[in-house]
Ligand binder design. Structure first.
Ligand code: NAD
Ligand code: UDP
Length: 315
């Protein structure tokens, strides 16, 4: 069945790839974005696509885009640098923005898909993280503007399911990277790529022993689409269970870029999670999903994009 779909945050890194995937299945897509951390450029290639529409909308104000069958709620800064600069807008988009997006779904009898995050687990005491883990989040720390907003988003999503019978999905996305990430968004992969390609030192925070599990964007979008098509109403982790220390990640970037950059060490930001790895048993069993692209391969696939972004940045 062909649907009319709303993607909030549709001009962002993941939102724009999601628009491509939905259009690829034959649906019509409205991307609503205020361009706070995204770029119109991410959807520029869709400008002549008759089934695609971009609307510059701040979802923290009540909004409507007409009848839709599915709402994908992806609006929110996602990089720690971005969400710490835009702390209040991040809290607002995860609370008021999610309410407004849920209202659109309720009004039109549409399904609702919430882009949540591994950050709901905070600095996790359980490892790897299963969906049943309630997390270890500092509610007043610098990351709380994001973590608590996302936890609130999950609560609001489940409440709309309970009270209004909205048909909902919740994905907990673990560190995803690839083309269309902003070169200067401060996340580790764009930072290391930019530094390696410029021959600057790779800035490892702390001693680099903290871990992350990196998922290439095409795998993440595949998992998201499978969850969207499933009937699973409770949160599902979508991420790559291959865990790397940040120091390893820096070495992989050096290997892939062939850069002679040195590794430098800088202070670890407050509340930076020490470890993160998804347990993807639910995604495997419910969705038949698992990632296919390992870090080194994904970094190679991203290299041309980062080279081009860097060349543009220098102009
Ligand atoms: P991004 O910053 O590239 O995209 C977010 C988009 O939301 C941007 O285009 C931004 O302009 C838009 N936006 C922000 N506030 C808005 C508002 N008030 N109204 C309308 N649009 C607004 O980040 P991303 O990596 O693409 O993340 C997309 C979603 O996925 C976010 O909700 C994020 O929390 C979630 N997520 C991403 C990751 C990851 O590793 N990339 C991990 C966990 C969760
Ligand atoms: N990090 C780093 N150097 C950088 C950017 C990030 O060492 O230039 C570390 C950061 O401290 C964290 C990890 O890399 O431990 C992942 O950071 P990112 O901002 O990509 O996402 P997070 O998982 O913290 O939300």
């Amino acid at each position: 069945m062909k649907m009319r779909v709303l993607v909030t945050g549709g001009a962002g890194f993941l939102g724009s790839h999601l628009c491509d995937a939905l259009l690829g299945e034959g649906h019509s897509v409205v991307a609503a974005d205020n361009l706070l951390t995204g770029r119109a450029r991410n959807v520029h290639h869709l400008r002549n696509e008759s089934r695609f529409e971009f609307r510059q909308v701040d979802v923290t104000e009540p909004f409507d885009v007409g009848k839709v069958d599915y709402v994908f709620n992806f609006a929110s800064p996602a990089s720690p640098v971005d969400y710490m600069v835009h702390g209040i807008p991040t809290l607002k988009v995860g609370s008021v923005g999610t309410f407004n997006a849920l209202e659109v779904a309720r009004r039109h009898g549409a399904k609702f898909f919430m882009a949540s995050t591994s950050e709901c687990y905070g600095d996790p005491l359980e490892h790897p993280q299963k969906e049943s883990y309630w997390g270890n989040v500092n509610p007043i720390g610098p990351r709380s503007v994001y973590d608590e907003a996302k936890r609130f988003s999950e609560a609001a999503t489940m409440a709309y399911r309970r009270y209004f019978k909205v048909d909902v999905r919740i994905v907990r996305i673990f560190n995803t990277y690839g083309p269309r990430m902003q070169l200067n968004d401060g996340r580790v992969v764009p930072n290391f790529m930019k530094q390696a390609l410029r021959g600057e030192g790779l800035t490892v925070y702390g001693d680099g022993s903290q871990t992350r599990s990196f998922c290439y964007v095409s795998d993440e979008i595949d998992g998201i689409m499978r969850l969207a098509h499933s009937s699973e109403q409770e949160p599902v982790n979508i991420g790559n269970p291959n865990e790397f220390t940040i120091l390893d990640c820096a070495k992989q970037v050096l290997a892939v870029t062939g850069s002679k950059s040195r590794i430098t060490f800088e202070p670890l930001p407050q509340d930076d999670p020490k470890q993160r790895r998804p347990d993807i048993t639910r995604a495997r069993t419910l969705l038949g999903w698992e990632p296919k692209i390992y870090l080194q391969a994904g970094l190679k696939l991203s290299l041309d994009y980062f080279r081009e972004a860097l060349a543009e940045d220098q102009h």
